[in-house]
Write a protein that binds this ligand. Sequence first.
Ligand code: F6R
Length: 250
Amino acid sequence: MRIIRVKNRWEMSEKAAQVIIEKVKTHPFAVLGLATGGTPKGTYVNLIENHQKEGTSYAGVRTVNLDEYVGLPPDHKNSYHHFMNKHLFRGLDLPEEQIFLPNGMADDLDAECRRYDALIDALGGIDLQLLGIGKNGHIGFNEPDTSFQTKTHVVELTHSTRKANARFFENINEVPTHAITMGIASILASKEILLLASGKNKAEAMRRLWEEDVNEAFPASALKMHEHVIVIADEDALSLVDRDRHSRAR
Ligand code: F6R
């Protein structure tokens, strides 16, 4: 696990965008695994700006998102599909038919999970997976004690995750109770992983990532089993991690 320590969220977003742009330039048909939430927003702003000013093209890129709420159609203002359209896809030359998210409206959710895994395989796997991290160490919607063997599956969201996401809804009761998420095994199958963390509210999760061995009670610890993980984190997120111990992360 390689750590890039940056000053603040702004620098984190800029550096993360550089990693993604480099990937797209060297692999114009790359499969990018994408995340939603507050963390990657600034990265997406940088990608759009670079596309507009420098012309980096996404015409051949395919994207697969980590997760989607169950019960929200793609055009619902709180669906992850809508989030991605608004914050990234509309600003790039990425053809719509090369954009993939789990379908939270599927009648048979288990079949939808299998379809999504098969789709990722058919695309040749994920070249670069972008991740945020939850306060409890979740990645995607893989909450503590999810088996590391899981591929795409349906999860019941914990109260703490629904509470954290309630800021995007009218109130917590509006937050869906279930989601479809890539599993830890799907995430670990990516060729490279880029984990972003910013802010004091992620400091405890980053401390645990550094200090704990691989264990299912802390989902992000699974990343220690992967050979190519870059973590870009700001000073606030690393405020509980001893500088001298950065090298202990693997
Ligand atoms: C988003 C996702 C989640 C978030 C995590 C952090 O697609 O899968 O794991 O990355 O909840 O969320 P933010 O970035 O809002 O702090």
